[in-house]
Every structure is written in C-alpha cells, then in structure tokens.
Design a protein around this ligand. Sequence first.
Ligand SMILES: Cc1cc2nc3c(=O)[nH]c(=O)nc-3n(C[C@H](O)[C@H](O)[C@H](O)COP(=O)(O)OP(=O)(O)OC[C@H]3O[C@@H](n4cnc5c(N)ncnc54)[C@H](O)[C@@H]3O)c2cc1C
Length: 580
Amino acid sequence: MRSDPITCDVLIAGSGAAGFATALTARLEGLDVIMVEKEPLFGGTTAYSAGVVWIPLSAQQRAAGISDSREAALEYLAYHVGNRLDRARAEAFVDNAPRMLEHFERQGFVRFSLVPTWADYHPDEPGASQGGRSLGPETFDGRRLGSSFGKLRAPIKSMMAFGGMMIGRNDLPHIFRMSRSLKAASHVGRMVAGYGRDRLTHQRGTRLVNGNALIARMAAQAFARGIPLWLSSPIVELNREHGRIVGAVVEKEGRRRTVSTRLGVVLACGGFPGNDELTRGLYAHRRAGRNHATLPPRGNAGDGLRLAQSVGGRLNDAMHQPAAWAPVSLVPQPDGSLIPFPHFYERGKPGYISVDRRGRRFVNESKSYHVYVPELIEACRDDPVIEAWIVCDHAAIRRFGLGALGPAPMPMRAFLASGYIKRADSAAALALACGIDARGLDQTLRVFNSAARGGADPEFQRGLDAYQRFNGAADHLPNPCVGPLEKPPFYAVRVVPGELGTFAGIAINAHGQVIDADGVALDGLYAVGNDAASVMGGTYPGAGITIGPAMTFGYLAARHLAAARQGRAAELARPQSAQP
Ligand SMILES: Cc1cc2nc3c(=O)[nH]c(=O)nc-3n(C[C@H](O)[C@H](O)[C@H](O)COP(=O)(O)OP(=O)(O)OC[C@H]3O[C@@H](n4cnc5c(N)ncnc54)[C@H](O)[C@@H]3O)c2cc1C
C-alpha cells in the first residue's frame, strides 16, 4: 500500500523529558519537527519521576544568594565520577544546563523552583554543594492540556493517594505535620477537596506535581507550537544513504511509514530497563539469576540502543553502575498484581532501620537510594533472595508513613490486610511475621536504640552530612536522622533491588551525536536522555542528575541540528554561486 511521503527536518523518538526538550528547542530554532512515541501514552519514565533537575549555577541559585562556580561543579564531578568522567561532555553539561534552563523558563517551557537545602548526595566531597543545585518543577493544572490530559502517562499508582491524587515534594512537610498544625491540615484539606472535585469529571486529579507537571507543561507548549506527536508509533528502523542518516521507518496505525529527515533523527527512547536480555547482561545480580523489580515503563526496552547499533553506534557500559538504583517494595493489588514503590523518603528518618534476614543492619539508611541498593545486594550475597525490611515503630509510621502507606490519618487497614505491611506487638513477633531472625533483630534493636536515644549511630554514622540531614526530620534533635524504635506495635515492609532508569547507553559526543567505535560522529544521528550513556559515569552525585542532563543534551542536540542546517544551506548555495 502506498502512502504520502512524510518529510521533516528532525524526527524525535520518545516523549520523555529528553524528547520534549529536543523538540521544543528545535521548533524554536525554526525546524520542522515530528515526535513519535511507542506507547499510547506520552511522558515515559519522566511522567513517573519527581521531575527534579540537577543544574549548578542556575538563575534560581543566584537569586537565593547561594554561591557556586563552574570550577566547583566540575571538581565535584571529576572527584566523584573519577576515571569514568568524559570531561568534554561534563563541561558541555555544566556550561549549558543553566543556559538551557533560563532559555526554557523564558519561553514558558518549564517552571522550576530551587530547593535551597537539598545538598548534593556526597556533600563532603571536594566541590560538592550543601544545597542549591537541585530544582523541582512547579505545579501544573492538567486541565490546560484539554483532551490530551487523558494521554499523559499517570504516575505509578502506588505513589498517588486515593488512587489518583498526586503528592509533591512541597506537600510532604504539610502531610507530615497535618495532625499537629492547622496550616498544614488546611493545605492537605484543600488538596483533598480539589481532588474530590476533579474526580467528578476526570479519571484522576488534575493538580499535577513532580515529573507529571514537568511533562504536562512541556507537552502543552509543544502542542501550542504545532509539534505533531504520534502516539502508538514506535521508530523501528533507521534509513541511511551515503553514510548519513536520512530518516526512519515508524510503525503508525499498523503500517510502516517512512519518515525522511532533512537534518537528522534523535533517539530519546529512555534506555533499556524494560529489556530483560540487556538487563540480565549488564546488571550483575540479574546475571546471577537474582530478583529485581523495575520501576520505569516496560516500553523502555532498548529500542534506541538497538537502532544506534544497527548503523555503527556502540554501547558505552564503562559505568560505575549500569543503572540508577532504588530500593523498591511491591504493593499487592486487588487483582493479584504487584505495583512497585520506590523508597526515597522515610527510611532515613528517626524511628526507622533497615535489616536483612539475619536481623542485621547493612547500610547507613540515610544515604541515597543509589548507595543503598549495592549494600543490600552485598548483604544478601549468600541468601536465596535479595530482600530487606524497613522496620519502624508506631510513632514513626503515623508521622512519616511506610512505603506506599502515607502518614496518619491515612488508613493502614488495606495495607495490613494485603500483607504489604506487617505489624506486631513485639519485635520478636514482627521478626516471625517477616521471616527475620528474631534474636538478630532483637540484638540490633538493643544496640541501635541505646545509642539512638542520644542521637548517635556508632555503627553507620547516620545523619553526619548535610544530605542525610536534609532527608531527616529537621525538628528531631540532636540528630534529625536518628531516633530509637521503642513503642510497639512495630511495623515492617519488605524491599528488593530496583532501578529508576539505566545509566549504560549509546556512546555520544558533547553535541549529543552518536559516535562509532573510533569516536567518529554518525552524520544525522543523535541520542539523548537515558538512551545516551550517563554523563555521570554511572554515579549519582545529586538529585536530578538524569533529567538535568536529559534536557541539556536535548537542547544541545537540537541546536547542533539547527547549526547543521545553516552549514548545509551554505554548502548547497556554494556550488550554485560558483557556476560560470
Ligand atoms: C519514581 C521515579 C522517580 C524519579 N525521579 C527522578 C528525578 O526526580 N530526577 C531525575 O533526574 N531522575 C528521576 N528519575 C529517573 C528519570 O525519570 C529518568 O532517568 C528520565 O525520566 C529519563 O528520561 P528520558 O526522556 O530519557 O526517557 P523517558 O522519560 O522514559 O521517555 C522515553 C520514551 O520513549 C518511548 N520509546 C521507547 N521506545 C521507543 C520507540 N522505539 N519509538 C518511539 N518511542 C519510544 C518510551 O515509551 C518513553 O515514553 C526517576 C525515576 C523514577 C522511576
């Protein structure tokens, strides 16, 4: 069957932060852009995420009076990433991320506010910041998307309250204090009332926060600027002529359509967490046949990597870690399925510890999720399953919640009934319910509690740095991260290793161009976001280190494409003017 030829300047595969950042920049440069998305919903993992970006030297940082420098940011990356740092790409990121952000804010593509006390994850390393490099997206009203709101990927169900109400980082302090402060209670009351109104007309709440707000705002801008987004339309093949990528084959409405590109194709397919073969090859614990839970959508299946490799691109897996790790619990659903929940917040607060099946602690629970998981895997190296339990007492669970269960007055009955949360009147009974060694847990609690009463953690030094304290409870003194677990009942939730996204990916240069085994750029092919190898070399220096670079390299790739157009236009003009 014949169909009309489709031609554009740039074809972008993937509708996460990287795809939209590329598309919006390219459009603003006057390029004719088409976005294609494999899934029936747009937004990718970004729509699941907190939407935080790590961007040193932002205007927001300056406005807050926080001093920082290019040298300090690069020193931190050089120290933390070590010999895995690609200096040219790191410099391109640090130099252009604040430019991208200012440009995007000016155009209304994004709106971010600084979290001034959000320290880098290794704040005592040279060049690290004690706060000021991580920014979160502002709330967005989903109704502004009109009928496209229904096509925006919803957050992970276990991360919404009442099955559809989003909770943002700025809401958390109110939620934690709602039983003790009128102001906090009225903030939460307004959220719940608004959600109730939304549910009369929508499938879920329209007050969007986190990554959902980031994607919704960018999508609204893309649609207003006439950028077509084809849903359920995966890119399946690249077309090359005379060594140049000149387009791709896209499956749309069950048909293979050739899209010809004047300038290039950008792969923004979100890496390969949904590809079992690739993750089994690259994650050591999966290679050993061990358990793992994946958070990103399954459609992120390494299509970009396969396509890049088909034309000479290569996988860069020289990473400290192949993926960004997070401990994950599995929330049973009425239909018997399990939905993953990432543990970012509660585990490092006072009144919580993490223990393995021997009842022993294995990690400083206040450190980042990316640090937690390798320690968990190591602690369970001789065990049949990689698993641990986050254990807390009654005061802690009612104040901060536990996993998918929010703080009081959120009802815990359903979580107890499904077995997601175990509860017992003594530590020994809790250990029995979880399959933890009771004597081990008892011993751990005795040792932990006796020091924790004075705010100390001699075993793992919890709460010693600014990042850990940021995650603690500011009003809990002397140590915001350490408090004993004393008053029964006690509670536990089981966690296993999971990932937020992949770090290994397509080798690219500082413009986002895919490079071959000799480091030569492939003409007309770019990879951005998690399709590209992490500029952080598989480390996690701070909050937002995947979406910050995803947007920055999207911006850089689009500008490089626009510059290529000018170069090519001049090239085309030259022979003509040279005619006698
Ligand atoms: C719960 C959670 C919280 C997180 N919080 C943060 C955070 O606050 N800050 C941060 O930096 N990182 C965070 N992350 C990680 C972050 O979400 C991802 O690293 C990032 O969103 C990846 O962006 P992307 O644009 O590369 O890919 P995605 O957002 O995943 O988008 C890729 C898109 O490409 C589509 N696609 C796949 N194959 C094809 C194909 N063949 N053709 C067309 N389209 C295709 C996919 O369907 C998907 O929609 C978090 C992750 C999770 C799970």
